[in-house]
Design a protein. Structure first.
Length: 479
């Protein structure tokens, strides 16, 4: 089957020409399908920029035409603009368009009128709530997350939620208790709350899926215990893949939480191949970033919120590098003072590369273990906060001068193997518009460390894949 996607400004005559030609082909060829996306002129440039960023296209005019390679899991192949599409059709189907420019202008005007009418009707209809699914929902981590969601800290103070809480059958009674607590908040944003033991019910048409299942790997675990935990985590996300792929909204985003999030995101993306790789976000980077800022703030005697551009590379918590080469501090009490927007380099203020490359790295990595010893089983507040922060930043974007860390599926950046979740420096422009900073300027030592981390994660992913394929399949949550 051939699926052609045509998108353009609603008032563009070339978009009209391309869509009419595609319609005619669809009527005459049983295996030719067309999907049309009409955008208001005021929305077109931002939509095109975001789409090209996500699809890896280079295109700046209306319309844009691409072919969805359905047989390869839905990956898109750019055809081009209207003229490119005409050449494509004539080459493959020996078919051409004879419509005159006057006719195309009429069709473009009709498209604009139709879109304006649809937008006017949409304003009359009350907006639908954002459909959010959360798994392992009876856990203490989710208990701390949902209050922030209900208060609008992640998706906005005006965004109503259809909250689906998913957990295994034995935890449903506890889950219903959480629902009652949320109802007793009497807040304005929780339009609907559902507790279920079935993942397919939770992810049905979900626009946001937050997965918090899986066990972390203790630092002192034996190789055998590590492999047992890895295989157990893999089994969960391997089973989740087809269910999420089948049920999630076509524009839905999947966020994976927990300290083993990068590994689990890598597995999930592999077993949900029809979901674009850019839709998988591991929520592991921000916690380590915040911990790094905390350690730096104690060293420099500043508020941790005044430190920016701290980057976590790699597989956070498990095998990571904290990079402060481009980090700055604001409102620092030092010999040199300046206005509110004046900042100083962290590297200059610390003035101790040995500490940065040694003690600092170890302190950040060991911080979770240190907290756990002091408060066994009660470390979910900072983890929940880091998840909410990343959800909010992803949803609303950040200032252009702010660079943060986010774990996403690699497309080969910095020599990291394709298909694994890896923490990179990113800029968050707007809702879902994420851009990897590809010109960071790594020295050879850091580059070598990152490549080694990527290869290790790739090796673990494939080793556990081979081990798991030899075991009988077991489903989770489908009770």
């Amino acid at each position: 089957m051939v699926l052609i996607v045509i998108a353009g400004r609603s008032n563009c005559p070339f978009y009209a020409k391309a869509e009419l030609l595609a319609d005619e082909l669809a009527m005459n060829l049983p295996n030719f399908k067309v999907h049309k996306i009409s955008k208001h002129p005021s929305e077109w440039e931002a939509w095109l920029r975001q789409t090209c960023l996500g699809m890896g296209f280079e295109h700046d005019t209306s319309p844009i035409v691409w072919r969805e390679l359905v047989e390869r899991g839905g990956a898109g192949k750019l055809i081009g603009d209207c003229n490119d599409f005409l050449e494509y059709v004539e080459s493959y189907y020996h078919f051409s368009s004879s419509m005159m420019s006057e006719e195309l202008t009429v069709v473009a005007d009709e498209n604009m009128e139709t879109l304006a009418k649809d937008l006017a009707e949409a304003k009359i209809v009350k907006s639908w709530p954002l459909r959010v699914c959360i798994t392992n929902a009876s856990s203490s981590l989710v208990y701390n997350i949902v209050l922030s969601l209900a208060n609008g800290d992640a998706f906005g103070k005006n965004e109503e939620l259809d909250l689906r809480l998913v957990d295994s059958g034995e935890n449903l009674e506890k889950l219903h208790g959480l629902v009652m607590e949320l109802e007793d908040l009497a807040g304005p944003l929780l339009r609907k709350i559902t507790a279920t033991g079935q993942l397919d019910v939770g992810v049905k048409d979900a626009q946001v899926v937050i997965l918090t299942d899986g066990s972390s790997i203790p630092i002192d675990a034996s190789d055998e215990d590590k492999q047992t935990i890895i295989n157990a985590n893999r089994a969960i996300y391997q089973d989740y893949g087809p269910v999420i792929e089948e049920g999630i909204d076509k524009d839905g985003i999947i966020f994976i939480g927990g300290e083993a999030a990068n590994y689990q995101a890598s597995v999930l993306s592999k077993y949900a191949p029809k979901v674009p790789k850019r839709k998988f976000i591991a929520l592991s980077s921000r916690l380590q970033e915040n911990r790094a800022k905390s350690v730096l703030s104690n060293r420099l005697k500043v508020n941790s919120s005044k430190i920016n551009n701290v980057i976590v590379w790699g597989n956070p918590q498990i095998n990571q590098v904290i990079d402060v080469s481009k980090s700055h501090v604001y409102d620092c009490d030092s010999a040199i003072m300046g206005p509110a927007d004046y900042s100083r380099s962290v590297v200059e203020l610390v003035h101790d590369n040995k500490w940065i490359n040694g003690t600092f790295q170890a302190t950040v990595k060991d911080r979770h273990e240190e907290i756990t010893k002091l408060r066994p089983g009660e470390t979910s507040i900072s983890i929940a906060n880091s998840i909410i922060e990343q959800l909010s930043d992803f949803w609303h974007g950040k200032n252009d001068d702010i660079i943060t860390s986010m774990s996403i599926i690699s497309e080969g950046w910095y020599g990291i193997p394709y298909g694994i979740a890896f923490s990179f420096p990113v800029q968050l422009k707007a809702r879902g518009e994420l851009q990897v900073v590809t010109d960071w300027g790594l020295d050879e030592t850091l580059r070598g460390k990152l490549v080694a981390i990527g290869r290790e994660l790739f090796k673990v992913l494939n080793a556990s894949s081979e081990a798991q394929s030899k075991k009988p399949k077991k489903l989770h949550f489908m009770i």
